[in-house]
Design a binder for this molecule. Structure first.
Ligand code: CP3
Length: 355
C-alpha cells in the first residue's frame, strides 16, 4: 500500500502537472483534457464494441488500458483513471446502467425519504476494488515516465441529481422539488454521498492516485447562489476537508458556477477547475491568483478548424500570462465528434508555446 503523507511533507514534485497543482514554476504548462479517454478515440470505440461500459470500468486491466490510450497517443501530462462518477452509487443500492445514445440510467431512483434511509454506505475498498486496482496498474506503468495518475469522484449534489432524476436532467425539477420539500432527507442523502465519496477519494489516493478531482457538474447549472450556499456548499466543504487529508492536490471542478465562482471555490480544494463561461484572467482573479487553476477552453472549439482552435488556445495561454499554477485543459469533457488530429495539435501547440 502506498504511504499517504500529510500535505507539505512530500518532496517537491518534478512533473509539470503536479508542480502546477502546487503553484510551482514548471518547465512547461502541463496539459490534459477532460474525457481524454472516450468515444472520440477509435481504439476506445473498438473496445466498446466488445465490452459494455461497466465491463470496461470493472475490469482493472481494461480500465488501465483505456486510461493509457491518450497518454501514449498524445503525450498527455496526466492520466485520469478510466471510470465514471456513477459506479459508487451501485454499492449504495442504486441500479446503474449506461444506455447506448441515452447516457446513464438509474433503475430505482430515489423518490421518498425512506429510499434515502435504505441507501448503504459501504467502504470503497469493497465496492470499487476494480478502479482501485486499475489505479495501481496505471501508477506502476507511468511512474518511470513521471506522468501522474488522477483519481476522481462526483460531488454530492451532482450524484444526488442522478439518484433522484434517474439520469441526466435538463432542469433538475425532481431534484429541486425533493430538496425543497424534504430538507431533512436531502441533508441525510447528501451526508451519505459525502461519506461514500470522501472514503472513495481517500482510497484512490492510497491506491496510488497522485491528484484527485471532484466533479460538481450540475449544482451550478441547477441552483442560484442562495440555494447553492444553503443546500450544497456545506456538504462540499465537508468533502474537501475530509479529502484534504489524502496528502495529494485536490481539484475542485464545477460547471456553471461563474455567477458565484468565489463561493464555489471557497468550498475547498487546492486547484480550481474552470468552465468556459468567464475568460481565464477574470475567473482566475475572482478565485484569487494564489490558487492554481485548470481548464477554461470551450471543448466545442475542438470541432472548429485548426486556425480557429489555435486562436482560442492562444487566448487561454495569453490570459494565463505564463503564471505558475496553470493546468491547460478544457472547461468540460471532450465530445465524441472531436477530431483526433485537433487533440494532437492542441497538445503539441501548448507544449511548443510554453516550453
Ligand atoms: O476523462 C476521462 O476520460 C475519464 C473518464 C470519465 C468518464 N466519465 C467516462 C465516460 C470521467 C472523468 C467521467 C465523469 C462524469 N461522468 C461526469 C463528470 C464530468 C462531466 O462530464 O460533467 C458526469 C456528469 C458523468 C455522467 C455520465 N457518464 C454521462 C452524462 C454520460 C453520458 C454522456 C456522455 O458523455 O457519454 C456518461 C457516460 C460516459 N462516461 C462515457 C465515458 C467514456 C461514454 C460511455 C460509452 O462509452 O458509451
Amino acid at each position: 500500500m502506498t504511504q499517504v503523507l500529510p500535505a507539505g511533507s512530500d518532496a517537491e514534485p518534478t512533473s509539470p502537472f503536479l508542480r502546477a497543482c502546487g503553484g510551482l514554476p514548471a518547465e512547461r504548462t502541463p496539459v490534459w483534457l477532460l474525457r481524454q479517454a472516450g468515444r472520440y478515440l477509435p481504439e476506445y470505440r473498438a473496445l466498446r464494441e466488445r465490452h459494455s461500459m461497466l465491463e470496461l470500468i470493472r475490469t482493472p486491466e481494461l480500465a488501465a488500458q483505456v486510461t493509457l490510450l491518450p497518454v501514449d497517443e498524445f503525450g498527455m501530462d496526466a492520466a485520469i483513471v478510466f471510470s465514471d462518477i456513477l459506479p459508487p452509487l451501485v454499492g449504495m443500492g442504486l441500479e446503474l446502467d449506461f444506455v447506448e445514445a441515452d447516457g446513464p440510467r438509474i433503475g430505482n431512483p430515489i423518490a421518498t425519504p425512506r429510499d434515502v434511509d435504505l441507501l448503504g454506505v459501504p467502504p470503497a475498498e469493497e465496492t470499487m476494488a476494480g478502479t482501485l486496482e486499475a489505479i495501481r496498474i496505471v501508477r506502476r506503468e507511468l511512474e518511470p515516465r513521471d506522468v501522474p495518475v488522477i483519481g476522481f469522484a462526483g460531488a454530492p449534489f451532482t450524484l444526488a441529481s442522478y439518484a433522484i432524476e434517474g439520469g441526466t436532467s435538463k432542469n433538475f425539477t425532481r431534484t429541486k422539488a425533493f430538496m425543497l420539500s424534504e430538507p431533512a432527507a436531502w441533508k441525510r442523502l447528501l451526508t451519505k454521498l459525502t461519506t461514500v465519496q470522501s472514503d472513495y477519494l481517500l482510497a484512490q489516493a492510497r491506491a496510488g492516485a497522485q491528484a484527485l478531482q471532484v466533479f460538481d457538474s450540475w449544482a451550478g447549472r441547477a441552483l442560484g447562489r442562495d440555494d447553492y450556499l444553503r443546500y450544497v456548499a456545506p456538504h462540499n466543504r465537508e468533502l474537501f476537508a475530509a479529502v484534504g487529508r489524502a496528502g495529494v492536490p485536490v481539484i475542485n471542478f464545477s460547471l456553471g458556477t461563474s455567477a458565484y465562482l468565489a463561493d464555489a471555490a471557497a468550498c475547498g480544494g487546492d486547484v480550481v477547475g474552470l468552465d468556459w463561461q468567464l475568460p481565464l484572467d477574470r475567473a482566475w482573479a475572482e478565485v484569487g491568483y494564489e490558487r492554481p487553476v485548470q481548464g477554461n477552453l470551450d471543448p466545442a472549439t475542438l470541432l472548429a478548424p485548426w486556425r480557429e482552435l489555435r486562436v482560442r488556445i492562444d487566448d487561454v495561454l495569453d490570459r494565463a500570462g505564463g503564471r505558475p499554477g496553470h493546468v491547460f485543459n478544457v472547461g468540460h469533457g471532450l465530445v465524441p465528434q472531436t477530431p483526433v488530429d485537433n487533440v494532437r495539435r492542441l497538445v503539441e501547440h501548448v507544449r511548443e508555446r510554453t516550453s
